[in-house]
Design a binder for this molecule. Structure first.
Ligand SMILES: [Zn+2]
Length: 428
């Protein structure tokens, strides 16, 4: 049975208000790390934390940013298509590259057999309905080694999808492959037109990508409510404020807005342990932002203070809310999330009448993976089935406030319980 203060916490959390926080975040603009909106979003969250009476601390770090300007994909017959580059795609030379289009299917080694792609633009198709080509690095490297000059990726959905030029490795040191090419993604509908032109024979195209990959400075912003008895033990909730592509209302406005609701419900309470609300950036890609936060905590000698970390990342659109049980990186053994922590949430869900599932994340682990690798107990709330995410259609009108409320209730009460119980397990 939830205690009366826990029910009070639940009563303070509003899905509608979470959405209004998200609308404010979206209004800051381009929130890719180092983008114009990133600084504005960081300032927005600092202000919110201060208004709630939390102690605000910035941990500054440097990382790779990405900005794209004009992007064009035009067939020889003049027909142009809506296209977006994956983040970290290199630019083309100023006038673009021109070449014959060659279809390479799913873009695996065997797909190139008998094909000459030297000096040509390869067209690769996402296989099935999946997202198995999200990490394009190794596919691009295969094409580059065969002499291709650029790549077009056809995504199954009816709009272009933002992918990554990274290799998709958990190890930040092997984040990128050595061989790279300029790449754009087009929709499944436009992809049909492009494949038709290739089938008709001799299709040529011009592809242009204006892009910059600057070193940028940004901040992991914390708001802390000091514990009354064990201030050096911390129960952490975190959400990344950056997006893959504007506007990013679900990914990850949903985590951000819900975290602010949880923070405002708990502000003014007197937990025994400290509560920290952490707004990260540079989650997009292979999560270098939270990795920098963990490295900073390690250098301060305070990483061990974090007794549990709850990752709020993308659960405003889609079916059932899930806890990620297992996360997979191609270069790592599977990463299990913390069983005792998942059980706490599931038991609470039973008490409150909510339905929470479990799943495996098959193409990488979000920020929770970095905490787990550092030995910190961690869980991640996620809905994997948002077809709009990483596209211009990830807008606030699609968010399900009831989902935000359910995750907010579960997070706030779990944090409160963890902050107050006698002893917490150490095992991640
Ligand atoms: Zn995300």
């Amino acid at each position: 049975m939830p205690a009366s203060f826990e029910l009070e916490l639940r009563g303070r959390i509003s899905g509608r208000r979470a959405i209004s926080h998200i609308e404010d975040l979206v209004a800051t603009g381009d929130r890719f790390v180092g983008g114009d909106g990133d600084g504005r979003a960081a300032e927005l969250v600092r202000t919110r934390f201060r208004d709630l009476g939390l102690e605000v601390a910035d941990r500054e770090f440097e990382t790779l940013g990405y900005r794209h300007g004009r992007v064009e994909l035009r067939l020889g017959n003049g027909r142009a298509f809506d296209a977006i580059p994956p983040y970290f795609s290199p630019p083309t030379p100023p006038g673009g590259v021109e070449g014959e289009l060659v279809f390479v299917g799913g873009g695996e080694e065997a797909d190139y057999e008998g094909l000459d792609v030297e000096g040509r633009i390869v067209v690769m198709q996402e296989v099935g309905f999946g997202y198995s080509r999200f990490w394009l690095g190794t596919f691009v490297a295969l094409a580059a080694r065969r002499g291709a000059v650029a790549m077009v990726v056809i995504h199954p959905l009816p709009w272009p999808y933002r992918m990554s030029l990274e290799a998709g490795n958990g190890d930040l040191a092997s984040r990128f492959c050595d061989e790279q090419l300029p790449v754009v993604c087009v929709s499944g509908i436009d992809g049909g037109q492009i494949l038709h032109a290739i089938g008709a024979g001799g299709a040529r195209a011009t592809l242009m990508v204006e892009a910059e990959l600057p070193r940028v400075t940004s901040w992991n912003v914390s708001g802390t409510l000091r514990g009354s008895e064990l201030p050096d033990e911390v129960v952490l909730v975190h959400a990344h404020r950056d997006h893959g592509l504007e506007p990013g209302a679900n990914d990850n406005g949903s985590g951000y807005g819900t975290m602010l609701e949880v923070a405002s419900a708990l502000a003014g309470s007197r937990p025994r342990r400290s509560l920290e609300f952490l707004c990260t950036t540079a989650e997009e890609g292979v999560t270098p932002g939270v990795a920098a936060y963990i490295a900073a905590r390690e250098a301060e000698g305070t990483l061990g203070q974090i007794r549990a970390a709850i990752d709020l990342d993308m659960f405003g659109v889609g079916g059932k809310v899930k806890l990620v049980e297992l996360g997979l990186w191609p270069d790592r053994p599977p990463i299990p999330h913390t069983e005792w922590l998942m059980r706490r949430v599931e038991e609470l869900a039973d008490e409150l009448g909510y339905d929470v599932g479990r799943m495996t994340a098959t193409w990488g682990v979000a920020e929770s993976g970095r905490f787990l690798e550092a030995g910190v107990p961690a869980i991640w709330f996620w809905k994997p089935d948002d077809f709009y995410y990483h596209s211009v259609h990830d807008t606030a009108d699609k968010l399900d406030g009831n989902s935000l409320k359910a995750v907010g209730d579960l997070t706030a009460i779990t944090m409160w319980r963890l902050a107050n119980e006698a002893g917490l397990p150490r095992e991640p």
